[in-house]
Write a protein of this length. Structure first.
Length: 244
C-alpha cells in the first residue's frame, strides 16, 4: 500500500503536535465546507473527524471547525483544496493533497519540493491510482473471516494488515485488516466494524497505486526522504505514493 512509509511517523513527537492538530482542524473545516456538516452524508468529514478524535483533538475544537467550514459559525473561511501530481525519484508516482489559504505561496513551494522529482500537471498521473475509501481495523479474533466481514460491512475488497504495516495494531493477540470501499461507504463500513467487535484505527479517502515499481533499498530510502519532505509542508494533508 502506498502510504506504509508514513507508518513510522505515527508516533508524532511533542514538538510536532501543534502542526498535526492544525492540519486535522484544517481538514475538518474544508470537508465541512465542501460537503456540509452531516457526517452520514459527508464521507470526507466523517473520516477527518475520526482521525482528529484518534489524535485527541478536543470535541470543542472539532465542533468549531465543522461550524466554520459549514458556514454556521459566523466565520468566513478562504481555504482551497488542491491536488498536485508528479513523480518522486526513480519514477515513483505521487499524489499530494493540499489545503491552503494561499495558492500563490503553495505553488512555488511545491516546485521546490519536487526538485528531486518531477512535478506534473493536473491529470498527469492520477489515473495510475484508484480513488477509494480505506478503513483499517483489528479484532481480538485469532482467525476472523475477512471476506465475510468485508461483505457484511459493505466493502469491495480487503487485505490482511499486521503491526509491521501499521503500528497502531497491537503486536500480539489480534488480527488486522484493511478494507477498501466506495468513497460514499466509508461511514457505513466503519460503523459496521465498530458494531461487530472491530477497533477502527484508520478511516479515510485515499489513492491506491495500481502498480508499484521495483526499487532497491537505497532507492527506497531516497524516495522515503522525498516523501517525508512533502509531508512536512504545513499545507500538505496527504501524500500518496506507488511505494510498497
Amino acid at each position: 500500500m502506498g502510504r506504509q512509509w508514513l507508518h513510522a511517523k505515527r508516533a508524532i513527537v511533542n514538538n510536532r503536535k501543534g502542526q498535526l492538530v492544525g492540519k486535522l482542524v484544517k481538514e475538518i473545516t474544508v470537508a465541512a465546507k465542501l460537503g456540509g456538516g452531516d457526517l452520514a452524508a459527508n464521507a470526507r468529514l466523517f473520516a477527518a473527524i475520526e482521525k482528529a478524535k484518534k489524535a485527541s483533538v478536543t470535541r470543542d475544537v472539532i465542533e468549531r471547525a465543522v461550524h466554520k467550514g459549514a458556514g454556521t459559525g459566523g466565520e468566513k473561511i478562504d481555504i482551497s483544496a488542491i491536488t498536485f501530481e508528479g513523480y518522486a525519484p526513480h519514477k515513483v508516482a505521487v499524489v499530494v493533497e493540499c489545503y491552503t489559504d494561499n495558492v500563490q505561496r503553495l505553488a512555488p513551494e511545491m516546485r521546490v519540493l519536487f526538485k528531486k522529482g518531477i512535478l506534473g500537471t493536473t491529470g498527469s498521473n492520477k489515473f495510475l491510482f484508484d480513488h477509494l475509501g480505506i478503513v483499517e481495523a483489528y479484532t481480538s479474533s485469532a482467525s476472523p473471516d475477512l471476506e465475510a466481514a468485508a461483505i457484511e460491512a459493505g466493502a469491495n475488497d480487503f487485505a490482511p494488515l499486521t503491526h509491521q504495516e501499521n503500528d497502531d495494531i497491537p503486536e500480539e493477540g489480534v488480527s488486522g485488516a484493511r478494507f477498501f470501499c466506495d468513497l460514499t461507504a466509508i461511514h457505513a463500513v466503519s460503523e459496521w466494524l465498530k458494531a461487530n467487535s472491530w477497533s477502527v484505527i484508520t478511516s479515510e479517502m485515499g489513492y491506491i497505486a495500481k502498480n508499484y515499481p521495483e526499487l532497491s533499498e537505497e532507492h527506497r530510502a531516497e524516495v522515503g526522504e522525498f516523501l517525508h519532505a512533502l509531508e512536512d509542508n504545513d499545507d500538505v494533508q496527504r501524500v500518496w505514493a506507488a511505494l510498497k
